[in-house]
Design a protein around this ligand. Structure first.
Ligand SMILES: Nc1ncnc2c1ncn2[C@@H]1O[C@H](COP(=O)(O)OP(=O)(O)OP(=O)(O)O)[C@@H](O)[C@H]1O
Length: 514
């Protein structure tokens, strides 16, 4: 019935499911009147969004439809080896406003069912649960692992996958080791509050897009960092912040009793009012030596010693007071920073961005923060320095102490992931939105393309109408910024209890405080 003018063609690369279409009465499970076949395709909407679309092909002949159905099915089963058939799903029911289960069952599971993907689902019961599941499960049975949650969950799952790979390959992770790649691709369905990882890999926070990347088997290699202290691996991750970024997260965790968004805004305000520089020794190995470092594993002892010596000479050291130090292996896109917290790095370029913010006035620091949300260069300040690096060592002058008060439950997860539970001082690190406390000395190293994720490299992310989600301020407004600075100056003269009361008694946004 379709005229030549309306003829459309569909590339089989875009097709992910085919079904017989039947008319059934309410409650009828099987049989029904045959109407034809329906093919399901993945379509691109806008710059980064993916969606499913159904195309109905009408034909009343059972035989004819069967032939087409079988033919299309054979193509789908035989020609796309990267598309997963069996997935391990890990859902954190506590992410953000506890919507992860709903996101999965309402938006993602129906698409997986359509694509005939089988799943094995774990709903996590506590922090570290995903890690222990990945440690024990029959990993070879799956084609991929998918986590539903925020950055903390995604990072825990990535860390679990990578540690499992090292254990299976019998690597001694506490020496200066060359890690093996993760055994399976990782999919991230965003259901957290910031979703930096998902934003960076998909260019958008959109569960359906994430699901379509998984179904279509779109794969993207991603660089990973290892974090170690005193030659002991603490964890794998993608980004870390020390100073303001770490303190803000520690405060947000402390005020967990507040509603999710409110506590994060409050933590930012409180960290800004108490802004204090950390006295640190920062050493880093710039990227120009990368190719030599990468080859380390392939050379003999003498060559390796020469390279180590050469790299030793190239290390640069700064000993000063820092307001914040960020080390990022991925661009860390989020609604607050649409170009990324580290716009100069790529998902798979084998290097990290080091952003060192030295001591400055609070007003200047806020100006620097504000620029993450607009088109101005956030690094164009005399107190901000950026480098492209392979390795970073940070030693804080505060002695955080090393105690081992560890509960039996999760002891294994915590002993790696959060090494110290009762620090004497406070040296909080923000690693992928998770708190890593009590480590006064951290060595961060890049491992190029150590993990594969479902998604596509996002080179450009164009959204100028963005708002700063943690301060709730329209970032284009200079007026709000100066009001904010004034307010913070005033608030910082009062005790913290007053600041908390003042914040809680005001309406939700910082604007209303100002
Ligand atoms: N059942 C659970 N109860 C409490 N915490 C959990 C549970 N399952 C997982 N967790 C932990 O919750 C932490 C935070 O979760 P997640 O990062 O997904 O959410 P979020 O903080 O809201 O999002 P984002 O990191 O994007 O801001 C993770 O580190 C994870 O280990």
């Amino acid at each position: 019935m379709i005229s030549q003018h309306k003829m459309v063609s569909v590339d089989m690369k875009e097709v992910f499911a085919v079904k017989m279409k039947r008319r059934r009465s309410a409650g009828q499970q099987r049989g029904g009147t045959l109407l034809g076949i329906t093919i399901f395709v993945c379509i691109k909407k806008g710059q980064n969004k993916l969606k499913d679309r159904a195309i109905h092909l009408s034909n009343l002949s059972e035989d004819y439809c069967n032939i087409w159905f079988k033919y299309l099915k054979d193509i789908l089963n035989g020609y796309f080896p990267k598309r997963p058939k069996f997935l391990k799903i890990i859902i954190n029911p506590h992410s953000h406003k506890k919507e992860a289960k709903q996101v999965y069952y309402e938006q993602v599971a129906p698409l997986f069912k359509l694509a005939d993907i089988k799943t094995d689902i774990t709903i996590t019961e506590h922090e570290g649960h995903a890690f222990s599941v990945l440690k024990e499960c029959d990993i070879q049975a799956f084609d991929g692992v998918v986590c539903v949650g925020g950055d903390g969950t995604a990072s825990e799952v990535a860390h679990g996958l990578l540690l499992r790979a090292q254990t299976d390959a019998r690597r001694d992770i506490d020496s200066n080791f060359m890690p093996v790649r993760a055994p399976l691709p990782l999919g991230i369905i965003p259901a957290g509050s910031t979703n930096v990882l998902s934003f960076s890999v998909h260019g958008i926070k959109h569960p359906c897009t994430a699901a379509m990347h998984i179904i279509m088997g779109n794969l993207q290699a991603v660089d990973v960092c290892s974090f170690s202290s005193r030659h002991r691996l603490l964890r794998f991750g993608f980004s870390a912040m020390f100073g303001f970024g770490g303190t803000t997260l520690a405060l947000a965790e402390k005020y967990r009793w507040m509603p999710s968004n409110q506590r994060k805004e409050f933590a930012v305000i409180k960290a800004l009012t108490n802004l204090k520089p950390e006295d640190c020794e920062l050493s880093f190995l710039p990227t120009e030596n990368a190719h030599m470092a990468d080859q380390k594993g392939k050379r003999n002892e003498d060559e390796r010693n020469t390279i180590e010596q050469c790299n030793e000479d190239k290390w640069q050291t700064m000993q000063t007071h820092f307001l914040n130090i960020s080390v990022m292996a991925i661009p860390c896109l989020c609604s607050m920073a649409p170009r990324g917290l580290a716009p100069n790095t790529r998902l798979d370029n084998g290097s990290m961005s080091l952003i060192a913010v030295q001591n400055s006035s609070r007003a200047d620091f806020i100006k620097h923060l504000k620029r993450y949300g607009n088109r101005q260069n956030q690094f164009d300040f005399p107190f901000v320095e950026t480098y492209t690096v392979q390795e970073v060592k940070i030693r804080s002058k505060i002695d955080c102490g090393w105690t081992d008060m560890e509960s039996e439950e999760n002891a294994d997860f915590h002993s790696r992931h959060q090494s110290v539970i009762s620090p004497k001082g406070s040296c909080p690190w923000n690693v992928d939105g998770d708190l890593m406390e009590g480590t006064s000395e951290v060595h961060i190293k890049i491992h190029p393309q150590l993990i594969t994720m479902y998604g596509r490299n996002i080179e450009e992310f164009d959204d100028h109408t963005v708002k700063c989600s943690c301060l709730n301020l329209p970032l284009e407004g200079e007026v709000e910024l100066f009001k904010l600075i004034d307010t913070l100056m005033i608030l910082s003269n009062f005790p913290h209890q007053f600041v908390i009361l003042y914040y809680l008694s005001s309406s939700k946004t910082l604007q209303s405080i100002t």
